[in-house]
Design a protein around this ligand. Structure first.
Ligand code: ADP
Ligand code: MG
Length: 704
């Protein structure tokens, strides 16, 4: 818990106090060392070992002052979590004492035992060992007595085994292509284009004591059974409602912990479902945003624990109320501070804006599959298309004015510049675009919201790396194509007009401003030829389509082998998740639910027998009918458990053909789980409270 002196610190004092950031570097590093390091950070220049040694020593001294005894290379393996292995700074001296030491070599490179991280078979084909390499673009920090060094993770032969490396590559690809466009449009000042991201994180908080009483929550992060509580979210009294004192204390502590780590935690509020909340940071560079979101999730769990709470990050902890997502707000910014997705007051003249908008429209349409894949997981399958989150169909919301602008460009005469055309066709007045016209259409998976796009299909538990890798690379590719087309054009506004026009007429099917939750949209989307990849298993195989392999190869994000590895890893995770859920279910039913209900039935039977012994004519309808009902349900549950267990089959077979295993889980195992759940939930509604072995939905969601 934050100690007293920390509690007294003002927020500006506290902010970043555990981060080896630019201020600390400037203060602690010799000038020339600082300059070399800055060059490495800003321009990706290699760092020589003497500089690395100086940085390492300064970092270590600083970390030790903050109480650190260890350092760790912190990385993001393919399973979407973070990994760390801690080494202490101690180094023995000849007289039997120790000193604290940390070298440049240790800073730059680590060699964790890579064999236990998912690699989708990559290491088997290539090289067993892996190494981590310092990512100087993300600041090191101190947490829990260790110096954390953000790193990338690769195999020895260079195959990427993490999520950070491709993310960094995609940022670079987009910067290169966007710069190309800016140059063509006469901008020679901008040196770099940065993708910015602000991820809004949803989560649930429940009481720790109750959590510990449910194996499903402990093993799978969600409830596998649970009859609906009499009250859910229908009164709409939780969203933005007053924050309860215990939650407020948690949030206060969480904010301070995040601020110490330099995380720009900004907004907090109650969400739609009871016990659900949200935290949003101020946006930052994508790489930092990704590191910070991983840290935020971890700190949320730890702080909750200190408050006797558990933070559930699963996409669907409770059936029947909203699940949790993560909105990925995304934009492009020049190093001169200009937001390229800001339409400005005269968007029809804003050529960079029009081109990037067109690139996003074309890219989202051509790579719907990749965007859907980037958010695919067993957990998120519960949300997409379930009328609480965007549908599994990818489309874009642009709002009335932007749509009108694009339509005018599409239908306008091919001559003249955009400004004139605007006057001719009289598009509505646009200056208030930022405020009112990007309405709060929450049903769209991908919405323009004033000066950024908000990708809303992400699940709460996933790393934001993958969705951003997709977005950056897709848009980089479209901008590359645009550059080729525009190169050498004398009349740039005219050429841009023609290009945007063609993009709009070729790709407008992806633009949809209506209600994404409606049945009509599913029909309409089908007519438009949009993909509707409802489950992870429907989506994933398209990852390896030729056009996708080519996309990533062209921009040097992934090799085909790396893509295959990723495909394998995600599919395996899907199968394993469902396998764990099934086994947890069967265990709970066999070991806890059947004995509990059977005990209750026998109690009822004794009550009937007792009554009859006293007076044979006493009415026993309630008990008798209940005995009958519960016994029927018990038998059904028993049969369904057997059925579920049989459907799991031999887990070894799964690894031989991952697609058929995953398909089997989707088509056979999930329905068996659902049938069993129906029976168990009915049992819960009919069993005596004291005989039910678990806290109920009402207990879990209304206990804090
Ligand atoms: P909402 O109404 O969806 O809550 P907000 O305006 O509060 O929208 O912003 C939500 C998130 O969008 C915040 O995390 C914010 O930092 C982020 N955001 C704002 N501008 C940008 C930008 N230019 N690039 C990336 N993210 C941004
Ligand atoms: Mg939002």
């Amino acid at each position: 818990m934050a100690n007293c002196s920390e509690n007294r610190k003002s927020v500006p004092e506290l902010f970043g106090s555990a981060v080896f950031n630019d201020d600390v570097m400037m203060e602690r590093l010799p000038k020339d060392v600082y300059r070399s390091l800055r060059k490495t950070i800003d321009e990706g220049k290699d760092l020589d070992l003497t500089v690395a040694n100086a940085v390492a020593t300064a970092m270590k001294d600083w970390a030790v002052e903050l109480g650190a005894t260890h350092y760790t290379h912190w990385f993001q393996p393919l399973n979407g979590v973070t990994a760390e292995k801690h080494d202490s700074f101690i180094s023995p001296t000849s007289d039997g004492r120790v000193i604290m030491q940390f070298s440049g070599k240790e800073l730059i490179k680590g060699e964790p035992d890579a064999s236990s991280f998912p690699s989708g078979g990559l290491r088997a084909t290539f090289e067993a060992r892996g190494y981590t390499a310092w990512d100087p673009t993300s600041y090191a920090f101190v947490k829990g007595g260790s110096l954390y060094i953000p790193t990338a993770f690769c195999s020895y032969s260079g195959e990427v085994l993490d999520k950070k490396t491709p993310l960094l590559r995609s940022m670079e690809a987009l910067s290169t292509q966007a710069l190309g466009i800016l140059r063509l449009l006469g901008d020679d000042k901008t040196q770099q284009v940065i993708t910015t991201v602000g991820p809004e994180q949803e989560y649930f908080l429940i009481d720790k004591e109750l959590y510990k009483k449910r194996r499903d929550l402990m093993f799978t992060g969600r409830t596998l059974f649970g009859a609906r509580a009499p009250k859910g979210q229908e009164l709409e009294d939780h969203y933005y409602g007053a924050i309860k004192p215990r939650v407020a204390e948690f949030m206060r502590d969480l904010d301070r912990e995040l601020w110490k780590l330099g995380i720009l935690a900004k907004t907090k509020h109650n969400e739609v479902a009871p016990a659900q909340h949200e935290l949003a940071p101020i946006f930052s560079t994508t790489n930092t945003a990704c590191d910070h979101n991983q840290l935020t999730m971890e700190v949320m769990r730890n702080v909750a624990d200190r408050h006797g709470l558990v933070c559930l990050l699963h996409e669907k902890p409770f059936a029947g109320v909203n699940g949790s997502g993560k909105h990925n707000n995304w934009s492009l910014q020049t190093d001169t501070g200009k937001n390229l997705l800001d339409p400005g007051k005269r968007p029809w003249e804003n050529l960079p804006f029009l081109l990037i908008l067109a690139a996003v429209v074309k890219g989202v349409d051509e790579y719907q599959d990749l965007l859907r894949i980037s958010v695919a997981s067993a957990g998120n399958d519960h949300r997409l298309g379930a009328n609480e989150a965007p549908p599994a169909i990818i489309s874009m919301f642009l709002g009335d004015d932007l749509t009108a602008l694009l339509t005018d460009i599409e239908t306008g005469k091919p001559c003249g510049n955009l400004a004139e055309k605007k006057l001719q066709t009289g598009v509505r007045v646009l200056p208030d675009l930022n405020m009112d016209n990007t309405d709060r259409n929450r049903t769209s998976p991908f919405a323009f919201t004033g000066n950024k796009f908000e990708f809303r299909s992400l699940g709460s538990a996933i790393s934001i790396a993958c969705p951003n890798i997709m977005l950056n690379t897709i848009v980089a590719e479209e901008l590359r194509q645009f550059s080729q087309e525009l190169k050498g054009q004398a009349d740039m506004p005219k050429a841009v007009n023609a290009l945007v026009r063609r993009v709009v007429s070729g790709h407008k099917r992806i633009i949809f401003n209506g209600d994404g939750y409606s049945e009509q949209w599913v029909e309409e989307a089908r007519r438009r030829g949009l993909l509707n990849l409802r489950t992870t298993v429907d989506a994933l195989p398209r990852y390896l389509d030729q056009k996708n392999v080519e996309l990533f190869r062209r921009h040097r994000i992934y090799t085909e082998a790396e893509m295959e590895a990723r495909y394998e890893t995600i599919m395996e995770e899907y199968v394993k998740t469902l396998n764990i859920e099934s086994l947890t279910m069967t265990g709970m039913v066999r070991q806890e639910i059947i004995p509990a209900v059977s005990g209750y039935v026998s109690e009822l039977a004794q009550a009937v027998a007792g009554k009859r012994a006293v007076l044979s004519g006493l009415p026993c309808t309630a008990e008798s009918q209940l005995i009958e009902k519960l016994s029927t349900l018990l038998d059904r549950a028993y049969a369904q458990v057997e059925e579920l267990e049989e459907s799991l089959g031999d887990p070894r077979a799964a690894s031989e053909n991952i697609l058929s295993a995953a398909t089997h889980y989707r088509d056979t195992v999930i329905p068996a789980m659902e049938r069993l759940r129906l029976t168990i939930d009915e049992l819960e509604q009919n069993a005596a409270r004291e005989h039910w072995p678990y806290p109920t939905y009402a207990d879990l969601m209304f206990s804090i």
